[in-house]
Design a protein around this ligand. Structure first.
Ligand code: ADP
Length: 319
């Protein structure tokens, strides 16, 4: 039987981000003793590191309802007001990609977060009137891959900001082992390390690779994943050394071939690769920087010696 229930069930189940977990536990304990909601929290960091998962776990620990939303779906203040008025005491309202919230919605949140009320305008022109609606004290959890894009009035209304970091091989290996167990997938010793080393230091990527390996295993009727089989799967998935994928490789190759290693601006890369600037700067750049494959200078990104060695290894460069 193959199962799919892969999310951690409690803060104790959550692997890695130790310091954040410890501080969250204290915040939760204090909120419970005070019978008040947890303070508003902002999670920042690259995609797939566990921001949404943590928000869900906080609500679970508080025994409250969880309302997950994403800023691009909150285009009208009316929609946002509706959710806010539905919240019960201690509920967790989660807004993903909060830096993309329209200005009007953001302004509605100021009084909601600080004083638990919203003012809404009914009608138009001279007949328009403002009415004040009280709200239950709730917790707003915002998540963003771009904390620099958040306005300071909104940022200052969060009680705390937690910056999630990339995962160590050890923590990822543990997550992979646990997920493989849930999937009923047998991994030979050390396979979890190979997957971890190729997961861009990100649990979402580790789980994605594990699922694809499971697909290959099921179709080939393989009962136990060996290192050789895992490596073969990684190759088929277009994953290179360090977990570099096709697009990372394309970025590095273009930087070398077209710009002799840089500096290159993000706009130029975006148009040459036909990828959105946002995708490059949120999903690719943090990993390439963290791996020491590129560096940022005031004039743009440049390739490092490590990147050049990588390109040589894969024979993109011949000398
Ligand atoms: P984000 O909101 O930061 O993009 P998510 O919370 O959606 O990331 O997590 C992506 C995936 O990785 C989910 O399947 C989640 O269960 C898993 N995951 C993230 N962090 C961990 C962790 N520390 N332990 C186990 N699984 C994790």
């Amino acid at each position: 039987m193959y199962s799919n229930d892969l999310r951690p069930n409690s803060l104790d189940d959550f692997i890695g981000q130790k310091e954040i977990i410890e501080r969250l536990k204290i915040m939760l304990q204090s909120a419970k003793i005070r019978s008040e909601p947890v303070d508003h929290i902002l999670f920042t960091g690259p995609p797939g590191l566990g921001k949404t998962t943590l928000a869900g776990l906080i609500s679970k620990e508080m025994g409250s309802n969880f309302y997950p939303t994403s800023a691009p779906t909150l285009t009208k203040t009316g929609d946002l007001a509706k959710i806010l008025t539905l919240l019960n005491k201690n509920d967790v309202f989660f807004i993903d990609e909060i830096h993309r919230l329209p200005r009007s919605c953001e302004e509605l949140l100021y009084s909601a977060m600080e004083d638990h009320y919203i003012d809404i305008i009914l009608g138009e022109g001279i007949t328009a009137k403002s009415i004040r609606i009280p709200l239950q004290p709730f917790t707003l959890i915002g998540a963003t891959t771009r904390s620099g894009y958040l306005s300071s009035p909104l940022k200052s209304r969060f009680g705390i900001e937690f910056k999630l970091s990339f995962y160590s091989i050890e923590d990822l290996s543990f997550i992979i082992k646990k997920n493989a167990e849930v999937m009923n997938l047998k991994l030979k010793d050390g396979v979890e390390i190979i997957i971890a080393e190729n997961s861009r230091m990100t649990p979402r990527e580790a789980i994605r690779i594990l699922k694809r390996i499971r697909d290959f295993a099921i179709t080939k009727n393989i009962q136990e994943i060996t290192k050789e089989f895992a490596k073969e799967c990684l190759k088929k998935l277009g994953i290179f050394l360090y977990g570099i994928n096709e697009l990372d490789k394309k970025i590095l190759t273009i930087m070398y071939e077209r710009f002799s290693g840089g500096p290159v601006g993000i706009k130029t890369l975006s148009s040459l690769l036909d990828e959105e600037e946002k995708t490059l700067s949120e999903n690719y750049e943090p990993f390439l920087l963290k791996m020491g494959l590129i560096e940022k200078t005031s004039k743009g990104r440049i390739l490092t010696q490590k990147a050049i060695e990588f390109l040589k290894y894969y024979e993109v460069l011949t000398s």
